[in-house]
Design a protein around this ligand. Structure first.
Ligand code: SF4
Length: 663
């Protein structure tokens, strides 16, 4: 029976694997709704729209994912919809599922993923693509969109990686671009209407309706032509199809206050990467760091109000029992009322078990005040900053707008306030970078240690330098840049490591963590690839590629072998997609995905980068015409509201009435 629990088949396998708890479900705030919660119409037509939602990584990474948690709640609030979750299964369970013919199931109702109407997968990173194919295969859903039948769910992909969905275009049916909350409800409406009409025209008609609505991108409705040298000649709606938009626009939630999700976050049963409740305090970032895809594709800034944040924290803590609250956004210290938010929350929860954290990366003294506030009465161990580029020159190229003096002043304030360690994040392989730029990271780290020793009068000051390879991303000014090869990245990182180690005065106080260049090249291939890269993903998966985001599972050789065989006899290669610089007129595989950013503005910003010109943040300097607001019909939404957060809990109107009615 569709929708029946498969737990009886799964259960005997769980005692033979590691961490069986992650497949059991039943977390606090999880839901299992009636399979027919939407009922039937007078004509007997089904009224329920069913979603299986997946984060394509292990439970410990996937469960805390805010995006999936929000969609899960938004969909389950709807009486005629239900949503259940599933995560990537580890290879031990995958082998047993195959051996015993048990399909990929959800963790909530242990229902087969194939029984649902829609299977939605959220990609934060392209390295989840092989896990996506595993899930399709285990679910019994044909890998290729063209092979699916009316008995298969509509496969919907989304998340930041979907701003270039082309590498998985043959494997997905529908791509949601941008904020998902409203989009999944609109898709649910389309599916509900089609089901209520008796499913006219089967899945082909449904996909056509979705494509025509502009709610999402349907890759099968578009065809791509290529020049003999490999470049794209044209991406256009398929001949014969009418009403298909040439470009598909991203979704933007304009009033974050109206979407206070998750209201009741999931509490994990097993260990996960974040054991805290997260509240998104604003969405978007206009600081304009040129390497940052997240900042570019989530414009403009939309803040949640101070009181909205306070209510979400209070309600979420009551619903979960978590003892830590993370105030999330791309650059949390930039909220227009962050000082009042942190002070208000610190006052409200002082003396309780509740801790607050602010993932803070901006380098300025104001951040230290915030960190001091958040650590009131607690231990002051380490602070993290992200200067990203080692030299002043390079920070101008990437528009980081942080000087060496800013960093030194900031760490001086931190060490004076009792902090003992700082962690600094950098990238290697940024456009125009030389060995000298990277070696200046060592100089910076020694200045940090010197400053710390001077200010604190102590010798136990530590600075950890953490550095990874830069990957140029779509919809950023660096989308045209050539990526540094893995060999050159590794050579530069070795040089930096040796330089740090050679200075005996500081070597013992500086930690050095780096990621080698190879995974970055695969990420680069998947980020800026086109439809022809899909065959490489499939070949890697067929050769056993799984969990590519995990270093112990990742195999660079497997990816290179697969690419070589797929691209043999063509103009294409891994270098062609990664280290090659593109020119202005080349059609990029994601040009028909509309992030709102004006292509000419992006190109001018790329030229500004090469000229080492910085561009200010439009929140404080006025609009500089990136194109997003007029294109998407949005505007910056920020405070200050002038309101304050009371140290005492606000009594709800219902409770107020009860109190007043009491004798
Ligand atoms: S259009 Fe102007 S105001 Fe809107 S995000 Fe771009 S630069 Fe900022």
């Amino acid at each position: 029976m569709p929708g029946e629990s498969r737990f009886a088949a799964l259960e005997p396998l769980l005692e033979r694997i590691q961490k069986p708890i992650q497949y059991v479900g039943g977390e606090l705030n999880s839901q299992v709704k009636d399979w027919n919660c939407g009922g039937h119409g007078p004509d007997g037509a089904e009224r329920t729209v069913r979603w299986a939602l997946m984060y394509p990584d292990a439970y410990e990474v996937g469960l805390p994912n805010q995006g999936v948690m929000i969609l899960y709640e938004v969909l389950n609030e709807r009486p005629d919809a239900l949503a259940e979750r599933t995560y990537a299964v580890w290879p031990d369970l995958e082998a047993l599922l195959r051996e015993h013919g048990v399909p990929q199931v959800t963790v909530d109702g242990h229902r087969a993923v194939r029984d649902f109407d829609l299977f939605g997968i959220s990609f934060s990173t392209e390295l989840g693509y092989t896990n996506f194919l595993t899930a399709l295969d285990l679910a019994g859903i044909p890998l290729h969109s063209r092979d699916r039948t009316d008995a298969d769910p509509i496969v919907v992909t989304g998340g930041h990686a979907s701003f270039n969905p082309e590498p998985i275009a043959d494997y997905t049916d529908v791509v949601v671009v941008g904020d998902g909350e409203q989009a999944v409800l609109e898709l649910t409406d389309l599916v509900a209407a089609w089901k209520a009409e008796g499913r006219p025209g089967g899945r082909d008609e449904l996909l056509l309706r979705i494509a025509r609505s502009g709610v999402a991108y349907v890759p099968a409705c578009y065809e791509v032509d290529y020049f003999p040298d490999g470049r794209i000649r044209r991406v256009a709606p398929r001949t014969g199809l009418t009403g298909i938009p040439w470009r598909v626009a991203k979704h933007t939630v304009t009033d974050l206050e109206a979407w206070p999700y998750p209201k009741a976050p999931l509490v994990p049963l097993a260990e996960t990467v974040h054991e805290r409740m997260s509240v998104e305090i604003f969405r978007g970032c206009t600081r304009g760091c040129r390497f940052c895809q997240a900042g570019m594709i989530t414009r403009p800034v939309r803040e949640r109000s101070i009181t909205g944040i306070g209510e979400m924290v209070e309600r979420g803590l009551a619903a979960t029992g978590f003892e830590e609250v993370g105030l999330l956004s791309l650059s949390s210290a930039d909220h227009s009322e962050i000082a009042a938010v942190t002070k208000g929350l610190a006052d409200r929860y002082e003396g309780s078990q509740t801790g607050l954290s602010l993932p803070s990366t901006r380098v300025d003294a104001f951040n230290i005040d915030l960190a001091n506030e958040l650590s009131r009465g607690g231990r002051r161990s380490g602070l993290t900053f992200a200067p990203e580029g080692g030299s002043e020159r390079l920070r101008k190229v990437i528009n980081k707008q942080v000087s060496e003096q800013d960093l030194v002043d900031t760490v001086a304030a931190a060490f004076a306030a009792g902090w003992r360690q700082v962690k600094l994040y950098f990238m290697c392989g940024l456009p125009t970078e030389t060995d000298e730029d990277v070696l200046q990271i060592a100089t910076l780290a020694t200045r940090v240690i010197e400053t710390g020793r001077q200010v604190s009068g102590r010798r136990d000051i530590r600075c950890t330098v953490s550095i990874g390879g830069f990957v140029p991303k779509p919809h950023t000014p660096f989308q045209w840049a050539g990526q540094l090869s893995a060999e050159a990245t590794d050579a530069r990182l070795r040089l930096l490591r040796d330089t740090i180690r050679a200075d005996r005065r500081y070597a013992a106080s500086i930690g050095f963590r780096y990621h080698d260049g190879q995974p970055g090249i695969v990420e680069g291939l998947l980020s800026r690839g086109d439809r022809r890269v899909g065959a490489v993903i499939e070949a890697v998966w067929r050769e056993g590629g799984r969990f590519d985001g995990w270093s112990e599972h990742f195999s660079f050789e497997r990816w290179m072998r697969a690419a070589e065989s797929v691209f043999e006899g063509t103009a294409l290669s891994v270098d062609w997609f990664t280290t090659r610089e593109r020119d202005r007129i080349e059609i990029l595989p994601w040009d028909h995905i509309d992030s709102g950013l004006d292509r000419d503005w992006l190109w001018d910003d790329w030229q500004d980068a090469l000229a080492e010109h910085e561009v200010a943040d439009c929140r404080w300097s006025g609009c500089f015409d990136c194109g997003v607001c007029p294109e998407m019909g949005t505007q910056i939404e920020m405070g200050p509201t002038g309101r304050s957060l009371l140290p005492l809990s606000v009594v709800s109107p219902d409770r107020q009435r009860l109190l007043e009615a009491a004798p």
